[in-house]
Write a protein that binds this ligand. Structure first.
Ligand SMILES: Cc1cc2nc3c(=O)[nH]c(=O)nc-3n(C[C@H](O)[C@H](O)[C@H](O)COP(=O)(O)O)c2cc1C
Length: 395
């Protein structure tokens, strides 16, 4: 991150999650209700565990916003864990409550548990799992919604939809989709319990989740995140770490359980000849600036040379099956050294729908950073001026 920075803090069963974001210009209109609307989108999804029924997340703005507008100062947010009441002793910062609950001693395959206790020299796996949990992503979505609100003022829209779950695929070729079609797919996904834009496929996915739940195993999947309305030139070719594709991949891989990130056609291009996967350029209409050069396809996912090219940015992410599952997995007890079944705590069977909303947050934060790098200013008015002058002049 170059122009904005953010950090999160908080354990899964701690008092709450805290987030701070710095670099958002002054005079952006934003409300708690707006942030909450995105938090509730993250909590939906067929196949989520019991936690989602306990928690109905809502944010408290602690600083950086006055009378509905940002001040240009760091914005601090708090999301209280409603479950805290049951964990006050077990997760207390006070040494008086040490050993008030049993330690977790059976590391779960696919989790931070074992490398975490080795690295941080812990004997209770809870000291690792509480932070490695994807509960933290609630705060990332809250911070991402501030970035999203910022982008809306420049008519940039971010959406997502699920295309695969446990091997059930919705075949969608994103290279031929224009902005309206993408937005419609997002709208349909909003109406699906699995954020899948096809009702028949959603039903098949739900059945698979039911079967997995019954048999005690978990599932992964894939989703598409996109952004429309982007000006060309966000990101840069001049240095490896300024490339927008690199920055997006970093942000998406930073989401728990995401194991692959593709830009545009991604891995599918490897077996095809160049002429099938390169997006030809048509000249701008007479009298129009270079900004109006057009493409008929979008295999590149809106990014060439690490910069937006004005086509929709398309990021596809692959999520592994949830690592906690009821079906016994072999592990060992770190206290006794004996082989045992891995620990099981209440868990999602599949969280692909939530992951796609978290992907939107990753996209919003990365694009806001790149947008401010290009058009940065201390107030929204100043950023608007910089943006408009670039758009009017055609570069
Ligand atoms: C939205 C979301 C929900 C998740 N829910 C669970 C869960 O209920 N149980 C679980 O074991 N892992 C869950 N995970 C995955 C783990 O957090 C993740 O696999 C683990 O921290 C190890 O990280 P890694 O998979 O990136 O190596 C979830 C991930 C996401 C993005």
């Amino acid at each position: 991150m170059f122009k904005i920075s953010f950090t999160t803090s908080g354990e899964s069963h701690g008092k709450g999650l805290v987030g701070i974001i710095e670099g958002i210009p002054a005079n952006l209109e934003i409300s708690e209700a707006y942030i909450n609307s995105h938090l509730s989108r993250r909590q939906k999804g067929y196949g989520r565990g019991g936690r989602m029924k306990i928690e109905s997340d809502s944010v408290e703005i602690l600083s950086g916003i006055r009378w509905g507008r940002t001040l240009g100062s760091p914005i601090a947010l708090l999301i209280r864990n409603r479950d805290w009441i049951n964990w006050e002793k077990g997760m207390s910062p006070d040494a008086a409550h040490r050993d008030s609950i049993e330690p977790v001693t059976r590391p779960r395959p696919g989790h931070a548990d074992l490398p975490g206790i080795i690295k941080y020299k812990q004997s209770d796996i809870r000291n690792i799992l509480e932070r490695s949990s994807a509960r933290e992503t609630a705060m990332r979505v809250a911070l991402g919604s501030i970035a999203r609100r910022f982008l809306e003022d420049f008519r940039i829209f971010i959406g997502s939809f699920v295309t695969s779950l446990g091997g059930i695929e919705l075949a969608i070729d994103t290279s031929g989709l224009d902005e309206d079609t993408l937005t419609n797919l997002h709208k349909k996904a909003e109406g699906s319990e699995l954020r899948c834009p096809d009702q028949e496929v959603t039903e098949r996915m739900k059945k698979l989740i039911d079967r997995a739940k019954e048999e005690g195993y978990s599932l992964g999947g894939r989703f598409v995140t996109f952004a429309t309305g982007l000006p060309p030139g966000l990101g840069s070719h001049i240095q490896w770490n300024r490339r927008l594709d690199a920055r997006l991949a970093y942000a998406f891989m930073g989401i728990q359980a995401i194991k692959a990130v593709e830009i545009g056609d991604g891995v599918a291009i490897s077996g095809k000849p160049g002429f099938e996967v390169l997006d030809e350029i048509l000249p701008p209409q007479k009298g129009k600036t270079l900004l109006n050069a057009r493409r008929t396809t979008n295999h590149a996912g809106g990014i060439e040379g690490g910069m937006t090219n004005s086509m929709p940015v398309i990021v596809k992410a692959t999520m592994k099956p949830i690592p906690t599952q009821r079906k016994p997995l072999r592990s060992f007890d770190i206290k006794t050294g004996q082989p045992v079944e891995a620990a099981y705590e209440r868990s999602d069977v599949c969280a692909i729908a939530a992951a796609s909303v978290i992907g939107e947050a990753a996209m919003a934060l990365t694009l806001t950073d790149a947008f401010l790098e290009k058009f940065g200013g201390d107030s929204m008015e100043e950023v608007q001026r910089n943006y408009l002058s670039y758009m009017e002049a055609g570069g």
